[in-house]
Structures are given as structure tokens and as C-alpha cells.
Design a protein around this ligand. Structure first.
Ligand code: DAH
Length: 338
């Protein structure tokens, strides 16, 4: 029996290294080690081995199995290595990699991040609201009468349901006061929509940043101080800021705020940047009616609000001459903000 084992091992070791592929190798594994294979057949002879030789023959049997298994594994490793080498053929692993061009944030995102960063450091928390709004949140609660031009079909995108695409982020003021109690200090960046003719200074979908502060005894002085600090953080310590009386339905008094800036290479001039004012008592009253309590009663709280267009801010910051550049995704334009 030991001599047949030795002969079997010799044949196997000669044959296995010639297995051409995976299938041929599997065939050899079955031929030598399978249930119906040669080794099984020979080991049936163990029955007839005299007891004093069983240990020696058993050891020879194991050695043969180990030898064949090792040969099968070695051939398998060779096959895998050959396959890998073939796949890598023609690939020069020593070549330098292709450089990845660095990306950058969109200029609008850069302005947004800066503005939000400054205001958050001043204590304003982020708030959000839906872009599809009710007329009540967008207009009525903000003291905007039914015949106000902003509410006209030609200015606002209406759905058949009576909902609309919010024309300003001021609706988030209303949403926040409905769900939170004063004192309250929030900013709400987000999209706004108007049926404007698209040109160098208008888009039908644009971005605003809204602010609202409500507490006891909030003053116009605080509004001025807050916005001046904001613009100085944004445009530099010596930036001049000017408040011009204006009208908004939801604030009284209301102002437009100009900042004195020198757009690239030009003489300094006043640039209008935002609308603001002290929250109109009528707005607080609408909130009280909706909430069914009086935590926002105009005798108890006052507040200020402001809203600005972020595309405009980006255009001023970088001297971008046409607002449409901001939505065209032209890499020749965007590549300048890396
Ligand atoms: N919602 C106004 C607009 O879109 C901007 C604005 C003005 C917002 C005055 C305010 C504010 O919060 O107090 O033109």
C-alpha cells in the first residue's frame, strides 16, 4: 500500500502543475482527492493492513493527501497570478496619476456661508420654512392687503390649489413665530420666486436671507447696530451704512439700507442692499390670533426684521456684471472662485 501511495503522489505531482485552467485543476482535485478518487480507493486497503503497521500506513496516507493538497493550492495560486498579470498587461503602474482639479464652493454658497456665519456668531439661529406657501403665510399674516401688487397673478406663481411659490423668505418669520415663543432670534436663508422677466439683474428663482428678532423692548437702535456690525464684518471695519425710510407692509417704520462700496475699480457709491424695519403690530396681532394666545401681543414684545437678496450681495462682492452667470454653470465663470 505504501508503494501505491508513493506512486500516486509522484503521478499527482507531475500532473497537477500542467492543469491549464481552473476547470482542469478542479477535475484533478476530484480525480485524486474526491470521494471516488484514487486516494479514497487506496485508503480502502487500510482494512487489510496488520494492526502493527496501521500507524505507519496511516501516516503515509496523510502525507500523500497533504502533498497533493499543497500541489493543488500552489497551482491555483499560479493560475490566479497569471490571470492578474494578464489583466495588468499594458498598465504601467509607475506612471504618475492624473491630477484631480480642486473644486470650490459656488460663489453664492460662499456669500451665504459668510453671511450665516457672521449672524450666527451674533446669536441668530437658523430657521426654515416651505417654498410652497399659503397666501396667509406669505401675505395676510404679514399685513399685506389683498389688493397689494405683489399678490397679483402677474407677479407671483400660483398653484391651482391656491398655494404659491413664496415671493420672499419673510413667510419664515410667520412660521417661526407660530411654533416658537419669544425671545426669538432667527435667520432664514432660502429660495424665493417671482414672475419677473429674467435679465441681467433679475431671476425668477433667487435667494434671500431673512432675519427676525423678537423680545421685550427690542429697539430701532438695536436694529441699526446689528446691521452695521453685520456689514462691517462682511465688507470691512470702515464700511459706511445708511438707513433710508421706505415702506414695507410688515414693518413700521421701514427702511432700505445702503452700504457705501467701491465695486472693482470704481469710485465709492451707495449700493442698496436690504429692507428692514420694526415688526408691525398688525403682524404680531395676526400671530396672536393664529396661536390663540398672547405671547406675541404687541403690548408685550417688539421686534425687528430684515431681508436681503444674496445674488445681489455676491454680485457686489465680486463685481459680477450679470446675475445669470450665477445659474449658468459655466466653468469659465465658476473657475474664478476657486
Ligand atoms: N421681504 C422683502 C422683500 O422681499 C424684504 C424685507 C423687507 C424683509 C423688510 C424684511 C423686512 O424682513 O423687514 O423685498
Amino acid at each position: 500500500m505504501e508503494s501505491s501511495l508513493a506512486a500516486l503522489l509522484a503521478t499527482a505531482l507531475a500532473e497537477i502543475p500542467t492543469a491549464a485552467d481552473e476547470a482542469a485543476l478542479e477535475e484533478l482535485r476530484l480525480k485524486y482527492l474526491g470521494k471516488k478518487g484514487s486516494l479514497t480507493a487506496i485508503s480502502a486497503g487500510m482494512r487489510d493492513v496488520p494492526p502493527d503497521r496501521k500507524a505507519a500506513v496511516g501516516a503515509a496516507l496523510n502525507e500523500t493527501r497533504t502533498g497533493i493538497t499543497a500541489a493543488l493550492d500552489a497551482r491555483k495560486a499560479e493560475q490566479i497570478a497569471a490571470k492578474d498579470a494578464k489583466e495588468a498587461e499594458g498598465i504601467d503602474l509607475t506612471l504618475p496619476g492624473r491630477p484631480v482639479a480642486p473644486g470650490a464652493l459656488h460663489p453664492l454658497t460662499q456669500v451665504l456661508d459668510r453671511a450665516v456665519g457672521i449672524l450666527r456668531r451674533m446669536g441668530f439661529a437658523l430657521a426654515t420654512g416651505p417654498e410652497v406657501e399659503t397666501e396667509w403665510h406669505c401675505f395676510d399674516a404679514l399685513n399685506t392687503p389683498a389688493d397689494h401688487p405683489a399678490r397679483h397673478e402677474s407677479d407671483t406663481f400660483y398653484f391651482d390649489s391656491g398655494h404659491l411659490l413664496r415671493t420672499h423668505t419673510s413667510s419664515v418669520q410667520v412660521r417661526t413665530m407660530q411654533t416658537q415663543t419669544p425671545p426669538l432670534r432667527i435667520i432664514a436663508p432660502g429660495s424665493a420666486f417671482r414672475r419677473d422677466e429674467i435679465d441681467a439683474t433679475h431671476l425668477s428663482a433667487f435667494t434671500q436671507l431673512e432675519g427676525l428678532y423678537v423680545a421685550e423692548n427690542v429697539s430701532l437702535g438695536q436694529l441699526k447696530g446689528t446691521l452695521e456690525a453685520f456689514f462691517r464684518a462682511l465688507f470691512g471695519d470702515t464700511t459706511e451704512v445708511r438707513f433710508r425710510p421706505h415702506f414695507f407692509p410688515f414693518t413700521e417704520p421701514s427702511y432700505e439700507v445702503d452700504v457705501k462700496l467701491s465695486p472693482k475699480g470704481q469710485a465709492p457709491r451707495w449700493v442698496e442692499i436690504l429692507g428692514c424695519g420694526m415688526v408691525d403690530p398688525a403682524v404680531f396681532q395676526a400671530i396672536c390670533d393664529a396661536r390663540g394666545d398672547d405671547v406675541y401681543h404687541p403690548d408685550k414684545v417688539t421686534g425687528f426684521a430684515f431681508g436681503m437678496g444674496l445674488e445681489r450681495l455676491a454680485m457686489i462682492q465680486w463685481g459680477i456684471p450679470d446675475i445669470r452667470h450665477l445659474i449658468e454653470n459655466d466653468v469659465r465663470f465658476l473657475g474664478q472662485f476657486v
